[in-house]
Design a protein around this ligand. Structure first.
Ligand code: BDP
Length: 606
């Protein structure tokens, strides 16, 4: 009994979704192509549900068209589709061979914004609330093997705006247009935004995995399994050359690897990855299931002013971002992701924040491979009203985010929200349990919230390991007054330092620059003005960094992005140092110069 309790303490129940794998035991079938698409009228009462459209071939409807998956649907047709709020229906068929009946079939959607109901043939397989996170349903029972099967996904993008922690809930939900928005500016792209797949898994299979590997070489792993049809387990750790470093016959375990190669962020060292292979075997040692996961050994710690990566000061220099592009909106696109990350490396940056939602799983794997340090942010932007309902949803999002991304060595911090009203007294009892939940799910990483209060008013800062905030000196405050910026930002960060002894990251600063707009002397909205605003901040940052008062700096924003229509936005937000098409503005060259320059680094930093 005591032994079981000890094991439970060491290896808390392992929940969460596994990344998709194709190997000896697992198959995955892409459902990425053109799906039949039918839109209901904006804010309809849900005709499709009332009339059970999932029972019908909706391609025969007079307004049926097609929609690529993955893609946002908004920018592919007209303005009523662009601004649609309410139900849309996706449908396609998939032939599922008879041999698949030997195992279990799942449908996995990597992201559906925001509420999705999934039907297989005439049966509801499940529903999911909240975008930007994957979900899967076991559909084995609903399938006719050796036959075409109809898959229908009904998506509603209203509900997120009604009650998710995203924007001003009440004001939004009953409006019939995306013009009515919350307090975030990014366009609410909707649809099946990331890959859709059928997974063919063995009847008995591994369903969840947790890996904690630190700079001492200590590795702790745990797994959950669905089904009991296995007799033996084989766990192997191999290094990057395939040399076996460790083996075990248990699903949960802890060990120490000697002479471990550590995982370092770009500019600090090599992003060294090991592979953990887990096999479930039968009595006769034939493989039943197998998964392989790349992971890295590293420790994130922090003191009263700095974040330490494997014990060494890590100064985060990077960007806030959006994972979005022309035409496809916030959909996953391997071409755009590669361009983004290559450009990111070109600037010499070492970290970014997944503002303001978890990014694609493909990108998370690339961060590990490229050595890009990442703050992963939960989809919780600009919460203005605190309620238990929102808090519960927010907890689900935190769980989903941490359970999806916890095994990535590149993730060094969880951001639980962006710019909530953190000076309201209700913010404290709201965030307190969220921080505790995040800590219980992952005691190894610092927790932050990108807070919106000032050093004297904020009630959430006290709960956090690292303080992050966004400031727009020279833009939203005192536009045009470049001469004030250095002093203003220096004084504010010093005030935060004096009040809270902990690392501080300025998670957004910047100014709009309409690409190609120039003026000398610099004038707001020109590329010159953007450069000057950034430079003035850098003067203060260099002083603060030398005084050990600043742990990181992130420009808002990596690239221009689409927003809703607004008097303050000229076809989108133009604070990007790259254009939306990922061409450099003057500011990109400035950032490249800054982030690649070595001489500014303090002696004790790498
Ligand atoms: C910040 C938000 C960010 C906005 C930015 C801006 O965190 O999402 O895009 O302001 O106004 O407050 O450019």
């Amino acid at each position: 009994m005591l032994h079981a309790l000890l094991l439970l303490l060491l290896f808390p129940l392992c929940n969460g979704i596994l990344p998709v794998q194709e190997n000896e035991a697992r198959e995955a079938r892409q459902l990425n192509d053109l799906w039949t698409f039918v839109r209901e009228p904006s804010n309809s009462i849900g005709y499709g549900l009332l009339h059970e459209w999932f029972r019908q071939d909706i391609s025969s409807f007079s307004n049926a068209t097609v929609m690529p998956v993955p893609s946002a649907f908004n920018d592919l047709q007209d303005n009523s589709l662009r601004d649609h709020v309410g139900w849309v229906w996706y449908q396609r068929t998939a032939f599922i061979p008879s041999r698949m009946s030997r195992g279990r079939t799942y449908i996995r959607l990597d992201s559906a914004n925001y509420y999705a109901k999934v039907y297989v043939n005439t049966i509801e397989a499940g529903s999911h609330f909240g975008g930007h996170l994957p979900f899967e349903f076991d559909i084995t029972q609903h399938i006719v093997f050796g036959n075409e099967n109809r898959i229908t996904v009904a998506i509603n993008n209203t509900l997120s705006l009604q009650s998710l922690p995203q924007g001003d809930s009440k004001a939004i939900g009953y409006e019939d247009h995306v013009y009515q928005r919350g307090f975030m500016d990014f366009f609410p792209y909707s649809g099946l935004l990331r890959p859709a797949r059928l997974l063919f898994l063995p009847k008995t299979h591994i369903s969840s995995q947790s890996i904690v590997a630190d700079a001492t070489g200590t590795l702790t792993f745990s797994h959950s399994v669905i089904g009991t049809g296995f007799s033996k387990v084989e766990v192997t750790v191999t290094d990057a050359d395939g040399e076996v470093e460790y083996t075990s016959d248990a699903l949960n375990g802890t060990t120490k690897i000697s002479k471990v190669e550590l995982w370092w962020p770009r500019n600090m060292g090599k992003a060294y990855l090991y592979t953990l292979t887990v096999r479930l075997l039968s009595d006769s040692s034939s493989p039943i299931d197998i998964i392989r996961t790349k992971f890295g050994f590293r420790s994130i710690t922090w003191d009263n002013s700095q974040i330490l990566w494997n014990g060494r000061p890590f100064h985060c220099q990077g960007f806030g971002m959006h994972e979005e592009y022309d035409i496809r909106g916030r959909a996953f696109d391997a071409v755009m992701m590669t361009r983004d990350l290559n450009l990111f490396e070109w600037t010499g940056a070492n970290c970014y924040r997944t503002s303001h939602y978890p990014y694609s799983e493909e990108r998370m794997a690339e961060n590990d491979r490229r050595g890009i340090a990442v703050i992963v942010e939960t989809a919780a932007v600009a919460i203005r009203h605190y309620s238990e309902e929102i808090q519960n949803l927010h907890m689900d999002f935190i769980r989903g985010t941490i359970e999806r991304d916890r095994n990535h060595p590149s993730v060094f911090m969880w951001s639980l929200a962006n710019e909530p009203s953190s000076s309201l007294k209700e913010a404290r009892p709201y965030f307190d349990p969220l921080v505790k939940l995040a800590k219980s799910l992952d005691p190894t990483r610092p927790i932050t919230v990108v807070i919106a209060g000032g050093p004297t008013t904020d009630v959430v800062a006290e709960l956090l390991d690292v303080i992050c905030f966004n400031r727009y000196y020279g833009w939203y405050s005192n536009i045009g007054q470049l001469f004030r910026i250095e002093d203003d930002i220096y004084k504010e960060i010093t005030a935060w330092n004096n009040k809270f002894s902990r690392p501080i990251i300025i998670s957004e600063y910047g100014a709009e620059a309409i690409p190609g707009m120039h003026r000398d002397p610099p004038f707001a909205f020109t590329e010159e003005y953007q450069v000057e605003v950034l430079k003035e901040h850098h003067k203060a940052f260099d002083r603060l960094r030398n005084e050990k008062k600043l742990a990181g700096e992130m420009v808002w924003v990596f690239a221009d992005f689409m927003t809703v229509q607004d008097t303050t936005r000229v076809v989108g937000n133009h604070k990007g140092v790259f254009t939306r098409q990922r061409e450099p503005k003057m500011a990109a060259h400035l950032m490249r110069q800054r982030y690649t320059e070595k001489k500014r680094r303090r002696k004790d930093e790498l």
